[in-house]
Design a protein around this ligand. Structure first.
Ligand code: NAD
Length: 294
């Protein structure tokens, strides 16, 4: 792999879970950083991250943590991001570039503008399109970002060198930088990520709440397991994502309900041609998706 990044002296990661921990492991694998400092909410989780060799040290003193940092990654549930901007603002030195991994961008950027104020150019918003339904430092994977996209929603205030640093660090982790504006990002991910997660949560609850749910689950085979895998994801993370992008997500849900309604009408009318047409159209779209991503 082409590791086209300058070696960083110090990287600080807020939230050493799946995303932050995988970022740290990838940087370490490619010897792209001398020193990784972890900052977190739970001291036991940070201690675990040190034991697992994900971070070099856990730090609770922000002045010390941020002193001399080249890069700071915020990888916490998105509703926590604003409090982190508040906490870092007094200690954020001129040379430090801040980036994030949040799954929503409009809310994170609005918080950054409010709190980082004249330092906003130092914040380069990003979202790695890689993940899993597991959480915490134990879930971190060194190759999580290999061959995956990272969407950078650049701000007009970002300098070329700040953008280059963030893009090249993600490339160093194996990711492929893509660029969207924050509105495009939140619209697209409402459709292809937030909506499917909500559907998976709803389907799990629908079956779990019915009488004899255990009997039903005994017969839930690979199709059901594929469809609901993402319902195993962190409820806190998904509460924050869906709240942050709720207006766009609600519009997606309305469109999805219209699709369900078409199927419901076809079933009520015993319209087999209509069902065949609906399913054939979906199958063709799915085949195009698989071809375009292989
Ligand atoms: P995670 O639960 O594995 O890790 C989050 C970590 O943040 C935990 O260690 C938690 O203790 C810590 N934390 C929470 N609040 C904090 C605070 N105020 N200060 C410091 N640390 C705090 O979650 P994750 O999957 O790594 O997700 C992190 C971010 O990445 C989220 O914003 C999520 O939307 C985004 N993201 C997740 C995925 C995914 O598939 N999991 C993919 C792309 C982006």
């Amino acid at each position: 792999m082409n590791i086209n990044i300058k070696k960083l002296n110090k990287v600080v990661i807020f939230g050493v879970g799946l995303i932050g921990g995988s970022f740290a492991l990838a940087l370490k694998k490619h010897a792209a950083v001398k020193h990784i400092v972890g900052v977190g909410r739970s001291q036991s989780s940070l201690a675990r991250a040190v034991t697992l060799g994900i971070i070099d040290v856990a730090c609770s003193n922000l002045a010390d943590a941020l002193d001399g940092a080249d890069l700071l990654l915020i990888a916490v549930p998105v509703a926590q991001t604003e409090s982190i901007f508040h906490a870092i603002y007094p200690y954020l030195q001129k040379q430090t570039i801040v980036t994030d991994a949040g799954s929503t961008k409009g809310d994170v950027i609005a918080a950054a503008r409010r709190i980082l104020a004249e330092k906003i150019g130092q914040f380069v918003p990003a979202h790695p399109i890689a993940g899993a339904e597991h959480s915490g430092p134990e879930a971190a994977m060194v190759d999580l970002y290999q061959g995956k996209k990272v969407v950078i929603t650049a701000l007009p205030e970002n300098t070329h060198s700040a953008l280059h640093l963030v893009a090249s660090v993600w490339q160093g982790c194996g990711a492929i930088p893509h660029y969207l504006n924050s509105e495009q990002h939140d619209q697209i991910f409402a459709a292809v990520s937030h909506l499917p997660h909500v559907l998976a949560f709803a389907l799990m609850n629908k079956i779990a709440e019915q009488p004899e749910a255990d009997l039903y689950f005994q017969y839930a085979a690979s199709g059901f397991r594929d469809f609901t895998r993402i319902a195993g994801a962190s409820p806190e993370m998904w509460r924050d994502i869906t709240m942050a992008n709720r207006d766009v997500l609600q519009a997606e849900l309305v469109q999805y309900q219209a699709q369900l309604q078409q199927i419901s009408v076809a079933l009520r009318q015993a319209n087999s041609d209509q069902l065949l047409a609906i399913f054939s159209k979906a199958q063709a779209a799915r085949q195009r998706l698989i071809c375009s991503s292989s």
